[in-house]
Ligand binder design. Sequence first.
Ligand SMILES: *Cc1c(COP(=O)(O)O)cnc(C)c1O
Length: 346
Amino acid sequence: MVSFYPGPSQIYPQVADYLLDAYNSGILSANHRSQKGMDLVQETVLLFRQKLNLPSDYSIYFTSSATECWEIISQSFKPDRFLHIYNGAFGKKWFEYSQKLNPNHCQGIQFELNELLPKIESFKNDIICITQNETSNGTQIGMDSIATIKNQGGLIAIDATSSMAGIELNWALGDIWLASVQKCFGLPAGLGILVCSAKAIQFCEQANQQNHYNSLLNIHKNMALFQTAYTPNVLGIYLLSRVLQQIESISETSNKIKKQAKDWYNFFKNNNKYKLLAQNASTRSDTVIVVSSKPEAIEILKQHTLKLGLTLGNGYGEFKTTTFRIANFPAINIQDINRLREILNN
Ligand SMILES: *Cc1c(COP(=O)(O)O)cnc(C)c1O
């Protein structure tokens, strides 16, 4: 079975061996404050820096999910405004969670899926929240667009859940980056990743929020010792370390993924049966391809591919029945992509 679902998604086949290695290594029974536990976290952080090209003044934290990262941000900073700019279901969900926790300090601005990131006015005590890759509608905000945000000294928080480890991110453009591993990392779900700039940590120290077990300040203090505030998903961290060892550097992966995305978009050009949801080529995602068609045609296609051992991603939210999604994630190999194209051609 091969999954083209954009999360949880196809995991690397090597993970089967890593699971057994994890068991045999004894790490799964080790205390997370033991030397063995701390060494694993330290090594994983190091590999993350190397493979994903993360600047040394950014720190990495392990959480349980991307959703948890949204809440951590809401609970750990005290800006005048969380300014959410979104064009799809995930960005909207983030805005809604944020609003519940900080109802008087939250503003949402919606834009259309064929539109580039709108110009925004922000102030020095704002946190701008954007979703770099909107998994629900297959659009992305390019690094050049993010670079146009004039944040006037505040912070920029970026949800890169379905693009981190798939395409190269310009880390310097954001202060807070978040993701989870069941998308482009090709791993099973249950581990979230939060990346913060030195400036973000400064803001967090000033806000001095400590009421939650997962307040960023608390997470940050623990990470100084390569520990976590609570007993973490040790298996998830172990598997992440092994996958990070295995994968190519992000610039190579990114080139491959972007070329594959281009090929997918060319494939659907001038297709009578299938149309791309995003009309504007410059808003289309590199990692999640969203295709629209008649609901009946989609249903038949999904049943047919399933019989042949391929799972397509369902449409999401308002596009549930009118689109299907194809993950263009690194763990999916070219043979399987070609098989899917053959099926789509018939
Ligand atoms: C999948 C996804 C999430 C949620 O991830 P969890 O790990 O399930 O919390 C958040 N944002 C985006 C853009 C996603 O694709």
